[in-house]
Design a protein around this ligand. Structure first.
Ligand SMILES: [Zn+2]
Length: 127
């Protein structure tokens, strides 16, 4: 949902994203999306006395999309930092300080990674 208006030579783009839900029925997951979402949330509260919520995100953009020169500068900075120029590092402590030996060692491999993968899978949402 996006529309374009033009004032003089200033193109303006707005888009609105409306999401609503019920803390009782769906927690913070949106149950209703779009222009009717707020009204549905209000009527759902009327009917059930559940606490419902509506979030509106409105984005406004002025001007046409153009290549941002600053982005190129950032990429150049990253490229020069990773190739050639030494990164700025904190001075190392004296010889009497303990040496951090675990810095380059990867995490222990003892546990199976299957459990972690299962836990990371997103929940299937059924409306
Ligand atoms: Zn509800």
């Amino acid at each position: 949902m996006s529309k374009r208006m033009s004032f003089a030579d200033r193109p303006t783009f707005t888009s609105r994203d409306v999401r609503a839900g019920c803390f009782v029925c769906g927690g913070t997951d949106p149950l209703w999306i779009g222009g009717h979402a707020q009204g549905v949330a209000a009527r759902h509260h009327d009917a059930t006395k559940h606490q419902t919520w509506t979030d509106v995100y409105m984005a406004i953009r002025y001007g046409e999309y153009a290549v941002d020169d600053r982005q190129t500068d950032i990429e150049d900075a990253i490229a020069s930092a990773s190739s050639g120029d030494r990164p700025v590092a904190a001075p190392l402590p004296g010889n009497d300080a303990p040496t951090v030996t675990a810095a380059g060692v990867s995490a222990p491999q003892g546990r199976s990674s299957k459990h972690a993968l299962t836990a990371a899978e997103p929940e299937i949402q059924t409306p």
